[in-house]
Write a protein that binds this ligand. Structure first.
Ligand code: PGA
Length: 223
């Protein structure tokens, strides 16, 4: 079964959240990463929940710690989203984080920007983020930066090529298989096409995971 991760960022109000919870049909392969302030609502409804980011350092205002995640049995965390990288999160910082996250399932985001060399960026991100890391708890989300939030998902052939490249690098360097998701402007219109990419293990859905009608359609197609 393909994995569907909903990255709701900070889009939703409490009204939107309640509307979502009342109208989205839960299936076992769905993980929602809500805004931190709404997490308990999702847990109460039996959702698998993930964090959008985590702090593995000391006490820092505004952050969420591993201890707090564990106290709510939260088992997933997104790390290295391009919006966090834009705030200064480097591959080295991500690598340090991953060393502390052995007990959580990590969704590690990688992806090149429009004018960058895909292979060079992906290889660099993979090898530096995953340096000396046991990758057993890691899922990679391939999110080309220029496809995020634009309404334009990447073409099937390009996704296929990038994901094959990622899986090959992992195989060569870790001698293991890894799950790879695609993310970037997934919606109810393009999900049919995206779902036909056999090499993919699932999807990381941003904006469309905040709209119950859109998200239900995506779940229906994938399942
Ligand atoms: P999007 O976001 O689906 O809104 O493009 C994806 C993401 O940022 O993870």
């Amino acid at each position: 079964m393909k994995i569907i991760v909903g990255n709701q960022k900070n889009y939703m109000t409490i009204k939107d959240t309640k509307n979502f919870l009342d109208n989205v049909r839960l299936t076992d392969n769905v993980i929602i990463c809500p805004s931190n302030i709404y997490i308990p609502y999702y847990i109460d409804r039996g959702y698998k929940v993930g964090l959008q980011n985590i702090n593995v350092d000391n006490v820092i205002t505004g952050e969420v710690s591993i201890l707090q995640a564990k106290s709510l049995n939260i088992n997933y965390v997104i790390v290295g989203h391009s919006e966090r990288r834009n705030l200064g999160e480097t591959n080295e910082i991500i690598n340090q984080k991953l060393k502390s996250l052995k007990d959580l399932n990590v969704i590690l985001c990688i992806g090149e920007d429009e004018n960058e060399d895909l292979k060079e960026v992906l290889e660099n991100q993979i090898l530096n983020c995953l340096k000396d890391i046991n990758i057993d708890n890691i899922i990679i989300a391939y999110e080309p930066v220029y496809a995020i939030g634009t309404g334009n998902a990447l073409e099937k052939e390009k996704i296929n090529m990038a994901v094959t490249f990622i899986k090959n690098i992992i195989k060569e360097n870790y001698n293991k298989d890894i799950k790879v998701l695609y993310g970037g402007s997934i919606n109810s219109t393009n999900i049919n096409e995206l779902n036909s990419i056999e090499i993919l293990d699932g999807f990381l859905v941003g904006k469309s995971s905040t709209d119950p009608i859109e998200f239900n359609k995506i779940i229906e197609v994938v399942n």
